[in-house]
Design a protein around this ligand. Structure first.
Ligand SMILES: *Cc1c(COP(=O)(O)O)cnc(C)c1O
Length: 374
């Protein structure tokens, strides 16, 4: 017996998700994982500190009932339209299990399934977008259908979309909006067209929506097969707590509810999220600052010879001058600044730079100048 043979072939061959580096060294300027540079509101920190008491001994509310009620009020829907997850990543994974039939190993990539069966097993997304989607598809044993975006990260027009292989009847489609890593936003009317054509479940992943010009959340309440995904990680400075949610039709929510762990959301995260919703003003000021810094950073980088793509997120996707993007990443790292570079052909000439505090952005700009001065 070899241990290897005890592991499912599918698992042995998986390419696991590669998270951005979380460095151990302290004095680095960390602009690589799109975390919010400011802490949660003082009220959130206090609520969470106050919750660290005797109650840690008990199980949390299994359905995050009060939090769902608060979110329902915020979004003008019912608590039955909402499910909370251990980060939105957990919910994105649950969706594969609830809505997609795993494909028999021999049929994956092969043509010997009926068209209908293939579609029931197909997960699709636009490429490039969130690099977790292919991993989730792989884990589930689904048929993967990545469809290239336009060069400017736009969603191709209807006939071109078809030509590139987008299947409106795929069991599950992930759409990152605004897009990552490109940063581009899509209009609600454009997304509405995509939703109207879709015959399977379509998830609008709005992880960055608070930095965007518009939200497509109304589409989740308009189309029964459309889910809007939100997270407290990026805009509400709660990455550490792992908390996100879906808005969708009650039947869709019920399907996900059946397969989640009974206590999937930890108690402190529930407390933190509820306190967050009580102090939205603090966060709105935060979004404003980030958007302002985004504009300033873009202007300065443009003057330094970078190509800066329009962004509706808390990061900028930029093509640096003079050296290769990968070289830039290393040169910045030598100066204690971490940005993200993706080893993906379509975006290998770009760096993704998270918007940090004004001080962090000054350090970044200073490093850029020094590198250019050679
Ligand atoms: C960060 C991110 C998520 C994950 O959010 P969590 O709630 O922290 O799991 C989902 N989608 C996209 C596009 C992201 O960038």
């Amino acid at each position: 017996m070899t241990l290897r043979n005890l592991i499912r072939p599918l698992v042995r061959k998986l390419h696991a998700y590669v998270p951005g580096e979380q460095p151990k060294v302290r004095n680095l300027v960390k602009l690589n994982t799109n975390e919010n540079p400011w802490p949660p509101s003082p009220k959130v920190l206090k609520a969470m500190r106050d919750a660290v008491d005797e109650r840690l001994r008990k199980y949390p509310n299994p359905t995050a009932q009060v939090l769902r009620e608060k979110l329902a009020r915020l979004h003008g829907c019912d608590p039955e339209n909402i499910i909370i997850g251990n980060g939105s990543d957990e919910l994105l994974a649950l969706a594969t299990r609830a809505f997609v039939e795993p494909a028999p190993a021999i049929a994956r990539g092969a043509k010997d399934l009926s068209r209908q069966a293939r579609l029931r097993s197909t997960i699709q997304w636009f490429h490039p977008s969130y690099s977790l989607y292919p991993v989730l598809s792989g884990i589930h044993g689904a048929i993967a259908n990545p469809v290239p975006l336009d060069e400017d990260f736009g969603i191709p027009a209807k006939t071109e979309l078809r030509r590139r292989g987008w299947q409106h009847a795929a069991a599950l489609s992930y759409v990152t909006t605004p897009n990552a890593p490109g940063g581009r936003g899509y209009s609600t009317s454009e997304l509405d067209r995509l939703c109207r054509d879709a015959k399977g479940i379509l998830i609008l992943d709005e992880a960055y929506v608070d930095f965007a010009e518009e939200s497509a959340e109304s589409l989740a309440l308009k189309h029964p097969h459309v889910i809007v995904s939100r997270t407290f990680s990026k805009s509400y400075s709660l990455c550490f707590q792992r908390i996100g949610y879906f808005i969708a039709h009650p039947e869709v929510i019920d399907a996900l509810d059946r397969i989640r762990d009974s206590y999937n959301v930890n108690g402190l995260a529930q407390v933190g999220a509820m306190a967050t919703l009580e102090d939205l003003k603090y966060y709105q000021a935060n979004f404003k600052r980030i958007k302002m810094l985004r504009r300033e950073t873009a202007e300065k980088l443009t003057l330094s010879g970078f190509t800066v793509l329009p962004s509706q997120t808390n990061f900028l996707f930029v093509r640096p001058p003079r050296f290769a993007a990968k070289t830039w990443q290393l040169k910045l790292r030598d100066r204690k600044i971490i940005v993200r570079w993706f080893d993906i052909p379509e975006v290998k000439d770009y760096l993704r730079v998270t918007i940090g505090t004004p001080k962090e952005m000054s350090a970044f700009q200073a490093a850029v100048k020094k590198i250019l001065a050679g």
